[in-house]
Design a protein around this ligand. Structure first.
Ligand code: AMP
Length: 545
């Protein structure tokens, strides 16, 4: 099947060609002709990396009347990064359409400029829910002429607490509009949106429901908790050309892991919700340009990251929400490439791994953590290969060869090789000189009695019990329910459905979490940044109402 057979116009086909897309991806092949009929609601079950942006973008552009300067298309997505990326894609898709105006609006950037862009007129608006809601409140955007709405990464939007914003936004759009919803998974909240806002949607599945790309290999390494970081190092050292995303459950953990990696000589940075937008952009830029080899991120912070060449996704800790494994792994093996997704687990987490396998229908291959000498061998071969294949610009070095030769001429060939290897390789040899075997056998481990057990993410909600927590920000700080959910999920690494009743008051707020999660929320939310203000969470002293 080629793009020419999908019913697209010449201008759009030219743009597709200019971008370099040769053939449609499976989701594009199925979705574009359906949407072009113009009268269908649609649910697309697809991961990022499947080409879904073009699958809704190209037909939305076809159906837009660019002679009429009114907002006709609305794309809502969970994060600023995704918003920017989608609007860039749309700008590329419309490059041969005169006067096409795509405006993106998202939080973390000046609202005034976005308001003035909207005022100048837009045909298609790409937005994050919180900011769009804000713009609606300020009457800065008119959605009364919207004909097509895309809800992209709907499951992410739900788990980030955007439900209320979405309800308000969708109620501002005309009843007869068409809605196209894209989601990697279909949790109950997403099905509810589909039930409430969509009319007999066509369902399109790219790959299997809730399943991952076929070209990802899933590996796991089982070690004791105290060896988790050592295992991470061995694993990343075992893949000399690794360009990886390392997932942690909490903001604190990302900071700790990134700090240790930097101290140990790796190019790594942490990406979490506490960074300012400028810091976040700088980290992303370094990762994108491969100045950084590793990004250590929380699930929330990594949403919308769209980098095609990530070779490995490493679950330093498995996600609390097993479905999140799908999103994490989907950050590798993009655009037809293959990738490896790795989970580092402790024996106590084997049940959780089984839950991931069960839910996402992948099977993990348990691997032995490589020994020190195996890591060294792998690094050595990589070094020798790089050496053998290095580009030699004879002209550029011509003047330096003679003096270098003079200096080295007394050394034998063997001595030169020995010195070259030692110079580059001593770091590994030194580190792994006395490396122990950190694998644990499959025999059942004895549980250590400990009153102060570390949070393993394995705690189960044992029914009904919640703890009421206090947070030192309220309506005056622009805190709302969605923001509390996002703040807690990002920092404590728990899933939104573990958060129960939320009361936002003037200067402070309360929220309930399932009791098993209270400690991790409190310990990971000391002085966290909310909109420039440091806030902390503590156990509420007030009585429950
Ligand atoms: P998406 O799922 O929309 O984020 O797309 C993932 C990546 O695939 C992006 O880098 C797109 O530019 C690329 N892509 C999308 N459609 C095609 C296509 N038909 N052929 C080649 N690459 C594509």
């Amino acid at each position: 099947m080629s793009f020419e057979n999908l019913g697209l116009s010449d201008e759009v086909l030219r743009a597709v060609k200019a971008i370099g897309f040769e053939n449609p991806t499976p989701i594009q092949e199925k979705t574009i002709p359906e949407i072009l009929k113009g009268n269908k609601d649609l649910i697309g079950l697809a991961q990022t990396g499947t080409g879904k942006t073009a699958s809704f973008g190209l037909p939305m552009i076809e159906l837009t009347d660019f002679a009429v300067k009114k907002v006709q298309g609305l794309v809502i997505c969970p994060t600023r990064e995704l918003c920017i990326q989608i609007s860039n894609d749309f700008n590329n898709f419309t490059r041969f359409i005169k006067g096409a105006e795509i405006v993106s609006v998202y939080g973390g950037a000046g609202i005034v400029k976005q308001m003035s862009s909207l005022k100048k007129g837009a045909h298609i608006v790409v937005a994050t829910p919180g900011r769009l809601h804000d713009l609606i409140r300020r009457k800065a955007v008119d959605l009364s002429n919207v004909k097509y709405v895309v809800l992209d990464e709907a499951d992410e939007m739900m788990s980030m607490g955007f439900k209320e914003d979405l309800d308000i936004i969708l109620n501002q759009t005309p009843k007869e509009k068409r809605t196209w919803l894209f989601s990697a998974t279909m949790p109950a909240e997403v099905s509810r949106i589909a039930d409430n806002y969509m009319d007999s949607p066509v369902e399109i599945i790219a790959g299997k429901k809730n399943s991952l790309a076929q070209n990802i290999e899933h590996l796991c390494y089982c070690v004791r908790e105290k060896n988790r970081y050592e295992a991470l190092k061995r694993v990343i050292d075992f893949y000399p050309d690794i360009y990886g995303l390392i997932f942690c459950r909490t903001r604190n953990e990302t900071g700790e892991v990134a700090e240790k990696l930097i101290r140990d000589g790796y190019n790594a940075e942490a990406l979490h919700g506490d960074l300012s937008q400028m810091q976040r952009d700088a980290v992303m830029k370094s990762f994108r340009s491969k100045t950084l080899d590793f990004l250590v991120a929380t699930d929330v912070a990594a949403r919308g990251i769209d980098i095609d060449d990530v070779t490995h996704v490493i679950n330093y800790n498995l996600p609390d929400d097993v479905e999140a494994y799908t999103h994490r792994s989907g950050r590798t093996a993009r655009a037809g490439k293959s990738g490896i997704s790795i989970a580092i687990i402790t024996p106590a987490e084997k049940r959780k791994l089984a839950a991931v396998e069960n839910r996402t229908k992948v099977s993990f291959r348990q691997e032995k953590v490589p020994s020190g000498s195996l890591v060294c061998e792998k690094q050595l071969f990589a070094l020798v290969d790089r050496f053998k294949n290095v580009d030699v610009d004879k002209d550029a070095i011509a003047n330096f060869i003679e003096p270098a030769y003079e200096k080295l001429k007394k050394l034998t060939k063997n001595e030169i090789i020995e010195r070259f290897i030692s110079m580059e390789f001593n770091r590994f040899l030194d580190y792994y000189k006395n490396a122990e075997d950190i694998n644990i056998s499959d025999a059942p481990q004895k549980r250590k009695a400990s009153s102060k057990q570390a949070y393993t993410g394995n705690m189960k909600y044992k029914g009904g019990k919640t703890s009421r927590l206090f947070i030192g920000a309220g309506k005056l700080d622009n805190l709302n329910k969605g923001a509390i959910i996002r703040l807690v999920c990002d920092n404590a690494g728990i899933k939104s459905n573990h958060i129960k009743k939320i009361d936002v008051l003037r200067e402070f707020s309360f929220f309930e979490v399932e009791s098993g999660y209270a400690d991790v929320v409190i310990s990971s939310m000391k002085n966290v940044n909310f909109d420039g203000k440091k806030v902390s969470v503590s156990m509420s002293k007030s009585r429950r109402n």
